[in-house]
Design a protein around this ligand. Structure first.
Ligand code: EZ4
Ligand code: CO
Length: 402
C-alpha cells in the first residue's frame, strides 16, 4: 500500500477547522485534525508546502517511521505549528491502518481498558446564581463532572463566560478583542462560586475549574488552598507552564489536584512536571501533541508517576480530534477524564461520526478507523472566516496572559 494523495480541507461551520485527508493507492483514506485556533493558515501552509510532497509514495503502515521522519527530518523540532501538522498526518495514518485491519482504532492501541469514557462539560454564568443554574442543567443531562466558570463583579468579560448565556466558544470573528483582567477581583470571588456549588449540590459531583494561566505561582497556591475544603476534581492551568518549577511552589502549599498541558506540544513540555510529580492530570491531546503516536508516549511516562490523562476537548479541536481522542481514552490505562464541549449541529453535519454521548460518558463506536468522516460538499459551503482568541490587559493597560 502507498500514499497516493493528501489534501488539506479548511471549513468554517461556525468556527474554522482544518482537516488533512490522506488517500492510498488501494482506495483507503484517513483523516487527521490539523486545527490550531487563530493560526490555522500556518498549519495549512506547513502541510501543503513542506509535508504533503514528502508523503507521496510512502507506505502508510509505517506510522512510527513517518512520525520520526517528520520530527527529526525537519531538523527544527517541536513547536505548535510543526506538532499540529505531524499530528494530522499521524492521526490520518492510524485511521488508515485501523481501516485496513477492519478494526476500531482502540483495538490497535491494546483494546478497551474501560467500558466508557467519563467526560466533563462546561457550565458558566454571568454571576454565581446563573452558574449554579447552568450546573443544574448539565447535571440533568447526566454529566458526572462539570467545569464551572462565573463572571467576576467589576470585570466586563471573563474567560469561559459568554455574553447572553450562550455556550462558551473559544475565538471570535475578526481581529483579537481586548479584555480587561484583575487578579485581585477574581481571587476573592472564585472560591465563593465553589462554596455555593457544594452547598447546593453536595460532594457527589466532580467539580473542575480553569484558571486559564492567569495567576502567579503564589496566587495559584492561595486559590488552591482556599478551594481545598471544596475538594475539586482539578484546578486547571493555574499559572503559565513554561517554567515548570513554578508548579513546585503551588504543590508545596496545596493538595488541590492540578491539571495542565492543553498548550503543550511535546513530551518535553511534560517531562519535569510529571517526573517531579508536580501535577495530577496531563491535558495534552491528539491534535496539538503530535498525534496518537506521541500522546501514547506522554501517557506512558505519566503512568509510572500515577499522573492521569485529561485531554483538552474544546470546540476548536475538531470532531476528528474528538474521535481519535476517544479511542485513545478508552484504551489508555491511566485515563482520568475527557473534556467535552459539544460541537454545533452544523459542525456535526460536516463531520459525520461514530462516537456518542450518553449519561455523562462518551463511546468511540466500533466503526473501523477512528470513526469520523468529512462531508466535503457540505464543508465547501463554509469558507474560512478569520477569528481569533481575545487578548487580556490588566486594569492599567499592561498586556497579560489570556
Ligand atoms: O482556551 O481551546 O479548557 N479549555 C480551554 C479552551 C482554550 C481554547 C484555546 O483555543 O482552556 O477554552
Ligand atoms: Co483550559
Amino acid at each position: 500500500m502507498k500514499i497516493a494523495s493528501a489534501r488539506v480541507i479548511v471549513t468554517c461551520p461556525g468556527r474554522n477547522l482544518v482537516t488533512l485527508k490522506i488517500a492510498t493507492d488501494d482506495g483507503l483514506h484517513g483523516l487527521g485534525d490539523a486545527t490550531l485556533n487563530g493560526r490555522e493558515k500556518a498549519v495549512v501552509a506547513y502541510l501543503e508546502d513542506h509535508v504533503i510532497p514528502c508523503l507521496i509514495g510512502r507506505d502508510p503502515h509505517r506510522v512510527e517511521d513517518i512520525w520520526q521522519y517528520l520530527y527529526k527530518g525537519a531538523y527544527w523540532r517541536r513547536g505548535p505549528v510543526t506538532m499540529t501538522a505531524i499530528a494530522a498526518v499521524d492521526t490520518a495514518l492510524w485511521d488508515i491502518k485501523a481501516k485496513a485491519a477492519g478494526l476500531p482504532l482502540y483495538q490497535l492501541l491494546g483494546g478497551r481498558s474501560r467500558d466508557a469514557v467519563m467526560v466533563y462539560c462546561h457550565a458558566n454564568g454571568a454571576d454565581i446564581a446563573e452558574a449554579v443554574d447552568s450546573v443544574a442543567a448539565h447535571m440533568a443531562q447526566g454529566y458526572k463532572a462539570i467545569r464551572a466558570q462565573a463572571g467576576v463583579p467589576g470585570l466586563d468579560k471573563v474567560y469561559g463566560v459568554p455574553k447572553g448565556g450562550a455556550p462558551y466558544e473559544p475565538a471570535e470573528k475578526g481581529l483579537p478583542v481586548e479584555t480587561v483582567w484583575s487578579t485581585e477581583k477574581y481571587l476573592d470571588h472564585a472560591p465563593k462560586l465553589f462554596e455555593t456549588l457544594r452547598e447546593k449540590f453536595g460532594f457527589g459531583l466532580h467539580l473542575l475549574h480553569d484558571v486559564h494561566h492567569r495567576l502567579t505561582p503564589i496566587e495559584a497556591a492561595r486559590l488552591g488552598k482556599a478551594l481545598e475544603p471544596l475538594r475539586m476534581f482539578w484546578l486547571e492551568d493555574p499559572t503559565p507552564a513554561e517554567n515548570q518549577d513554578a508548579f513546585r511552589l503551588i504543590r508545596q502549599h496545596t493538595v488541590t489536584p492540578i491539571a495542565v498541558g492543553e498548550v503543550f506540544n511535546s513530551i518535553w513540555d511534560c517531562k519535569g512536571l510529571i517526573e517531579n510529580q508536580l501535577i495530577d492530570y496531563i491535558r495534552a491531546t491528539v491534535v496539538h501533541a503530535g498525534g496518537i503516536t506521541h500522546l501514547r508516549k506522554i501517557a506512558a511516562l505519566a503512568e509510572i508517576y500515577q499522573v492521569r490523562t485529561g485531554c483538552h476537548g474544546a470546540t476548536d479541536l475538531s470532531p476528528v480530534c474528538m474521535g481519535a481522542a476517544l479511542h485513545f481514552d478508552i484504551a489508555v490505562p491511566n485515563f482520568g477524564v475527557q473534556e467535552h464541549m459539544p460541537h454545533t449541529a452544523e459542525t456535526d453535519a460536516v463531520f459525520p461520526h461514530a462516537y456518542t454521548y450518553r449519561d455523562g460518558f462518551m463511546y468511540p463506536g466500533d466503526t473501523p478507523g477512528h470513526g469520523v468522516e468529512i462531508d466535503e460538499a457540505l464543508a465547501a459551503k463554509y469558507p474560512y472566516d478569520p477569528a481569533y482568541l481575545p487578548v487580556a490587559r490588566l486594569e492599567d493597560g499592561t498586556l497579560t496572559n489570556w
